[in-house]
Design a protein around this ligand. Structure first.
Ligand code: AMP
Length: 190
């Protein structure tokens, strides 16, 4: 089973992914974490990613798609199923993912859409910035990230609704209550 965990920045994708790993034993790929790791290791990809991330902009599709495909192809555990967290973020990324899986006889089974009002997203990211020191969790970058989400990423909601894969989840409330809804969406239709 391959899952996409989808939502605005601050919607709880990482938190719910941790619970999905525990329950379903899938291999987790967070493109944001992968890029932050490249930045920490000062790799050539990290040098490129740093500029985009610090401005709240998306890494260009061609580079991001290449990074993601290499990770899946080089990780044996990914063959049994993945949780994609932070990918796809654009329609071209979703189309590339579809072709990539089709070539391997696979598909995205469910897109778990965590839906959270914008004022709560901002509050959560400000808090996370204070707690973790994450560089892009400052008000100016947060605003850019939300704008980019609305312009480039949110259209994927309709894309996956049309594909019959979108499972909307109310992403407010306790982590455990949200996860119950996530698990119900997966198990009810698996
Ligand atoms: P995240 O940890 O998912 O919030 O991602 C942090 C940042 O990494 C984003 O604001 C983007 O700059 C970059 N990023 C992560 N995933 C992608 C992606 N699929 N496409 C383009 N940029 C991405």
């Amino acid at each position: 089973m391959n899952l996409v965990i989808f939502g605005a920045p601050g919607s709880g994708k990482g938190t719910q992914s941790d619970k999905l790993i525990e329950k379903y034993g899938l291999h987790h790929i967070s493109t944001g974490e992968v890029l932050r790791d490249h930045i920490a290791r000062k790799t050539p990809i990290g040098q490129i990613a740093k500029t985009y991330i610090s401005q709240g902009q998306l890494i260009p599709d061609s580079l991001m798609i290449r990074i993601l495909e290499e990770i899946i192809d080089n990780e044996p555990k990914a063959k049994d199923g993945v949780i994609l967290d932070g990918f796809p973020r654009t329609i071209p990324q979703a189309e590339a993912l579809k072709r990539f899986f089709e070539k391997r006889g696979q598909e995205v089974h469910h897109v778990i859409g965590l839906e959270v009002p914008e004022d709560e997203l901002i509050e959560r990211m400000i808090l996370r910035g204070k707690q973790t020191g994450r560089a892009d969790d400052n008000l100016e970058t947060i605003k850019n990230r939300l704008q980019v989400y609305h312009d480039s990423t949110r259209p994927l909601r309709d894309y996956y609704i049309k594909e019959g894969k979108y499972r909307p989840i109310n992403g407010t409330g306790s982590i455990d209550d949200i996860f119950k809804e996530v698990a119900k969406a997966i198990d009810g239709e698996a």
